[in-house]
Design a protein around this ligand. Structure first.
Ligand SMILES: Nc1nc2c(c(=O)[nH]1)N[C@H]1C(S)=C(S)[C@@H](COP(=O)(O)OP(=O)(O)OC[C@H]3O[C@@H](n4cnc5c(=O)[nH]c(N)nc54)[C@H](O)[C@@H]3O)O[C@H]1N2
Ligand SMILES: Nc1nc2c(c(=O)[nH]1)N[C@H]1C(S)=C(S)[C@@H](COP(=O)(O)OP(=O)(O)OC[C@H]3O[C@@H](n4cnc5c(=O)[nH]c(N)nc54)[C@H](O)[C@@H]3O)O[C@H]1N2
Ligand code: SF4
Ligand SMILES: [Mo]
Length: 743
């Protein structure tokens, strides 16, 4: 049987797969033992690639709404419809009448990396919403403020560290996030084998926590307090030792003053942890030869998410572990711009604009996804509805399930003048589309990880071409995006390649004037003529590789089908820092301004009996869109409410029986699963479920729909600095269903 390599696009680990092919069909997938990074690792999702790829519910042709119903259409009809309907709206109401929503799989496709920035520029809209405000935006804000670059995210040096402190992440099930590491379980096992220490902070005893030397189970939403107490202890016990970072950091003394009140004793009753244990964790961290502090979803999608993310790196700096081997380092991606000379940069600004309805500050050019519904359904106060969203483009996004209060968003989407979706499925969100543009299955697309190479625990670079040619009638997702840009910007009918040519020209025009660029002084036309690649997207990749820090070319990548290893992470703070001072700004003003809120949390001890809900991920799932693969939907991958035995007894909940869960945004019914894997006072329900809406085409998922946890939220709970929704640690009431009067 012929085989073809394909980087797995199903999570951030980016494992190399070997696909077995029977003609144009993918019949098998195994881990690629020759892959320079993943070395044969594979998880159940990767093994299910053939089923996911061949899902009969995937859309094969565009759909266009006619007389209220979606019907199959040609690509020409689809783009003609978009062009005819979007421009008049933009011309009448201005560019902000177009909203753009970018979902998670954009970081897993070449199209999603290369085209959405061009779409934004070409349409001029300021109404951008992405999954980042349901996820890692606090990290971007923290990095922007500390280092001057929101994408400068330090990554734990997993393979060399002596001590790893993990907060709010469960890489044994998620396979890692903002820490791209194929075979995370193996890498953690290796840490233990070489005598290293693993500490996990999580209100659930996760599979990751079970591996740990020490597991702390705090009350959800209190990581920032715990971290502040760790920082406090480091100062109080004279353990701070930033080493060479001392000369390159400002604000250390202000941080010391700022955390003075956050003693282990002060935070302990709120975190519900023992102060002695907090001190011990701080001492171990400081004493370790090298250590890395790493926080993810559970310390990000909480009400002090930005402060928690900031404190994570404050600890990395104070213990001297930032930018040193074994600590937390900045990966050097092959497509990042070649490093410019060290020195001050432009810094990072928040709140340059505010959202129309609630006045949320812009962050990285985005508004909170939790505020999308109100931006659509709230009429202008007086006169013209300037900036109200009447047309929406969603790309690889399912916010009806992934964002708070899906029912309100559902209704808002139904009231749009125009909705265009780029998505392979007719699902809870895309069922509202007027035009639905389906990309081909992943086996038919080339793959390059623009995003994840920048978060990888080892520098490496890999490209896999499409394993199977496009079927008749299919269009590459890059071409779909290019034609969408043309249709939305008044250029309908121009060749899609013109979008790429324009992008190449724009990038080169800048590069040839920059003395640090490999293209400095070159003739842009000649340089562009030398680019190789089978498509406009590939030529753009080739250009980025050539202009990148390793001076690679796409041809070199193609000559190495299992990738090129570029070595372990290296210190490179000088290349990264872009703050105005040219130093690490450890105590930035927006952080200082948010600290009183954290201080107030010191006295916010909850009422006895309060239940806080947290999420959980299952190895055989991925957000909202993999429940349609029979191999993944079943067994222990179920939408149950996990409840601690003490809470179950107190509330009269029985294992396997239905319970009513009520939150600020609504109520749900889910089956109770009694387990001491959640701590008392905490219940857990996974996200991405709720596949029972009419008008979708997800036959497997609809048979076991589950419920949408995000319906418990009303969209008002946010981390104010980053606009990120609080998805973990929000209050709910749980009652046995039998005792609830039927409405
Ligand atoms: N309560 C709660 N809510 C959460 C979370 C949580 O932990 N708890 N997690 C949050 C996080 S971290 C995230 S990232 C978001 C994710 O939120 P979303 O990005 O909105 O959700 P996904 O389920 O990833 O949906 C992705 C969409 O992309 C489509 N898709 C899949 N492959 C492709 C492709 O190749 N091309 C295109 N164009 N489309 C594709 C799918 O059909 C689906 O419609 O959810 C968030 N929501
Ligand atoms: N199998 C699978 N893999 C995935 C995904 C998936 O849906 N399924 N989604 C992908 C995406 S988009 C992302 S962003 C990543 C996310 O990757 P991770 O961040 O590793 O994912 P989670 O499993 O949500 O881990 C969050 C943990 O935080 C805990 N937690 C909740 N509240 C708190 C708190 O207040 N404090 C602390 N310390 N912990 C808390 C939860 O119990 C949970 O175990 O996973 C990616 N990989
Ligand atoms: S760990 Fe992630 S990238 Fe690797 S096979 Fe599984 S889903 Fe794919
Ligand atoms: Mo995510």
């Amino acid at each position: 049987m012929p085989t073809a390599p394909r980087i797995c696009p199903l999570c951030e680990a980016t494992c190399g797969l070997v696909l077995t092919l029977d003609g144009d069909r993918v019949t098998g997938a195994r881990g690629d033992r020759d892959d320079v990074f993943s070395k044969g690792f594979l998880c159940p999702k990767g093994a299910a690639f053939p089923q996911i790829d061949a899902d009969p519910d995937r859309l094969r042709t565009p759909l266009v709404r006619e007389d209220g119903r979606l019907r199959e259409a040609s690509w020409e009809e689809a783009f003609d419809t978009i062009a005819a309907r979007i421009r008049p709206l933009i011309e009448e109401y201005g560019p902000d009448t177009l909203g753009i929503v970018l979902g998670n799989p954009n970081v897993h496709t070449m199209a999603g990396a290369l085209y959405p920035p061009l779409l934004l520029r070409a349409t001029g809209t300021g109404n951008l919403f992405t999954a980042s405000t349901l996820d890692q935006m606090p990290k971007h804000v923290s990095s922007g403020l500390l280092f001057g670059d929101p994408f400068a995210v330090p990554v734990p040096d997993l393979d060399r560290t002596d001590h790893l402190l993990v907060l709010g992440a469960n890489p044994l099930d998620s396979n890692g996030s903002l820490c791209t590491a194929p075979d995370f379980p193996g890498r953690l096992a290796a840490l233990r084998r070489r005598g290293g220490t693993l500490t996990v902070v999580d209100p659930r005893r996760t599979r990751t926590a079970r591996l740990a030397d020490r597991h702390l189970a705090p009350r959800p939403g209190t990581d920032a307090l715990l971290l502040a107490a760790l920082v406090h202890t480091v100062f109080a016990e004279d353990l701070a030792d930033p080493g060479p970072l001392a000369d390159r950091t400002e604000g250390v003394d202000q941080v010391r003053d700022a955390v003075r009140d956050f003693t282990p004793e002060a935070v302990a009753p709120v975190c519900e942890l023992d102060p002695g244990t907090i001190r011990a964790v701080a001492r171990e961290l400081a004493a370790a030869p090298t250590a890395a502090v790493y926080g993810r979803m559970g310390s990000s999608t909480v009400s002090h998410g930005t402060l928690a993310n900031w404190l994570v790196d404050v600890l990395n700096v104070l213990t001297g572990n930032l930018d040193r081997p074994g600590g937390a380092l900045f990966p050097r991606s092959a497509t990042a711009p070649a490093p410019r000379p060290a020195g001050p940069g432009r810094g990072f600004l928040l709140g340059r604009r505010h959202s129309r309805v609630s006045g949320h500050p812009e962050v990285k050019g985005e508004f909170p996804l939790a505020a999308l519904a109100e931006e659509i359904d709230t009429p202008g106060a007086d006169g013209p509805e300037e900036g109200r969203i009447r047309a929406l483009i969603t790309i690889a996004a399912n916010p009806v399930l992934s964002a708070p209060d899906g029912l309100r968003l559902d209704a808002a989407l139904a009231g749009l003048d125009l909705m265009v979706c780029v998505d392979p499925y007719l699902n809870e969100t895309t069922r509202h589309a007027d035009v639905l543009l389906p990309p081909p299955p992943p086996s038919r697309s080339a793959h390059f990880d623009f995003a994840f190479n920048g978060f990888a625990v080892r520098d490496q670079v890999r490209f896999t071409p499409a394993a199977v040619p496009l079927a008749p009638g299919e269009r590459d997702e890059c071409e779909i995006h290019a034609r969408l840009i043309l249709a939305a910007s008044g250029m309908h009918g121009a060749p899609p390649s013109s979008v790429d040519a324009h992008a190449v020209d724009a990038l080169l025009a800048r590069a040839v004037t920059q003395p640090h660029s490999p293209a400095y002084g070159a003739d842009p036309k000649e340089y562009a003529a030398g680019l190789t690649g089978d498509s406009g997207a590939e030529r753009r990749l080739d250009l980025m590789l050539r202009l990148g820090p390793y001076g690679l070319t796409l041809d070199e990548l193609k000559a190495h089908p299992h990738g090129i290893d570029l070595g372990p992470l290296k210190p490179r703070l000088d290349e990264v820092l872009r703050t105005r001072s040219g130093r690490i700004e450890l105590f930035p003003d927006p952080i200082a301004a948010d600290l009183p809120r954290l201080r107030a949390a010191l006295t916010a001890v909850p009422e006895p009996g309060t239940l806080l809900l947290v999420g959980r991920r299952h190895l055989r799932s991925n957000n909202s869109w993999l429940h349609n693969a029979p191999a993944l939907n079943g067994g222990s991958n179920r939408c149950t409410l996990q409840v601690h035995p003490e809470d179950a007894a107190r509330l009269g909940l029985a294992d396997g029986a239905p319970a009513r869960i009520a939150g600020a945004g609504g109520a749900l019914t889910a089956e109770v699963e009694i387990t001491d894997a959640v701590r008392a006072g905490v219940v857990s329900l996974p996200h991405g479920w709720g596949h029972d809406r009419p008008g979708t085409r997800l036959s497997v998922a609809a048979a076991r729909p589950g419920v949408n946890v995000n319906q418990l939220l009303d969209g008002t709970l946010l981390d104010p600095l980053s606009g990120t929704a609080v998805l973990n640690g929000f209050p709910v009431e749980v009652t046995p269903l039998e005792s609830t009067p039927l409405l």
